[in-house]
Design a protein around this ligand. Structure first.
Ligand code: ATP
Ligand code: MG
Length: 300
């Protein structure tokens, strides 16, 4: 199999992965002695008791003095509270920024991102904050599962869309390094390839036996398949074949496009602009920001 004890580099005890998504982000990890037992992040809402998920919204909130305040549901709930109290001015609220790395033709360390009010901050700072937050949470959870784990015993994987340029990948690597991840203990993996390995490690092939009984099995040697990771920002596609030793051969290079679920959300917003007029929608966006964000959350 592609993932096993033997594939861990010497001295590494934990394999840790961060998935920074356009809409949602999360992390997962496994220990060398039990490589198939995957522990994933879980996020709880502070205001809605039943709201629990493995991925959190990729939302960052900074104080007016640009200090990190919260990430994910916590960021959304706090900002919503601030808008209710009309106290949100000056705070920095970032959402939907991952695809900016794809859009920036001349991506540089000086690239800027605009928050919800149009205030600018360095893209490197925002990406670094998100990776650092997820990294710290992951390490905390690793240490809760097993005490005494040192940072040099963790190998990190950061997923990136298949369609990203080398510059965008390099940008992510730099942000991860700034977030405290040792460059020599980090591998960038294409999102559809990670999804494919997950499929390979799990029972994904449905075999119908005589009598109509279905059984789930690993893919057999020679099985070819196309895997599509349909995210918020991108649709990422990989085409693989399972080799006799269980490893994977790439039949065609990983590919994809900027065709994520956000495109549907944008089309829906355009539809509403036409239905009730752009002026009304702009008024809704600016004058009832909390309600507008809640509405957008429902749409996600
Ligand atoms: N039932 C559904 N039908 C259509 N779209 C959906 C459905 N459920 C979720 N989505 C869309 O899926 C997207 C979120 O998926 P996912 O968490 O895989 O994205 P992501 O990892 O944040 O993005 P990316 O990998 O592109 O950076 C959102 O845009 C959401 O609107
Ligand atoms: Mg994704």
């Amino acid at each position: 199999m592609a993932v096993s004890k033997e594939t861990y580099p010497p001295g590494i005890v934990v394999s840790a992965a961060i998935d920074l998504g356009t809409t949602f982000s999360g992390y997962a990890f496994a220990f060398r002695d039990e490589p198939y037992r995957v522990y994933a992040s879980t996020w709880h809402s502070k205001t809605t008791a039943y709201l629990v998920a493995n991925k959190a919204p990729t939302t960052v909130l900074l104080r007016p003095d640009k200090q990190f305040y919260a990430f994910g549901l916590d960021a959304e709930e706090k900002y919503s509270e601030l808008t209710d109290e009309e106290a949100h001015q000056g705070w920095y609220y970032f959402q939907n920024f991952k695809m900016e790395l794809y859009r920036h033709e001349k991506l540089s360390r000086e690239a800027k991102l605009k928050d919800i009010e149009g205030k600018e901050m360095s893209a490197m700072t925002i990406f670094t904050l998100v990776i650092k937050y997820l990294r710290d949470k992951l390490i905390e959870q690793v240490r809760r599962s097993k005490t005494g784990i040192e940072e040099h015993e963790i190998f990190w994987v950061l997923t990136v869309p298949a369609i990203w340029s080398d510059a965008a990948k390099q940008f992510m690597r730099e942000a991860a390094t700034k977030a405290g991840i040792n460059n020599t203990q980090l591998k960038l993996v294409l999102e559809p390839e990670a999804a494919s390995l997950f499929g390979q490690a799990n029972y994904t092939q449905r075999d119908v036996q005589a009598g109509g009984i279905a059984e789930l099995k690993h893919f057999r040697a020679g099985q070819k398949y196309i895997i599509a990771d349909l995210g918020g920002g991108t649709a990422d596609i990989a085409t693989h074949e399972v080799l006799p030793d269980g490893t994977l051969r790439e039949i065609y290079r990983a590919t994809g496009d900027e065709l994520g679920g956000n495109r549907v959300n944008l089309a829906f917003l355009r539809f509403l602009d036409n239905l009730v007029s752009k002026e009304v929608m702009d008024y809704f966006r600016h004058s009832a920001r909390g309600h507008y964000l809640e509405f957008m959350r429902e749409l996600k």
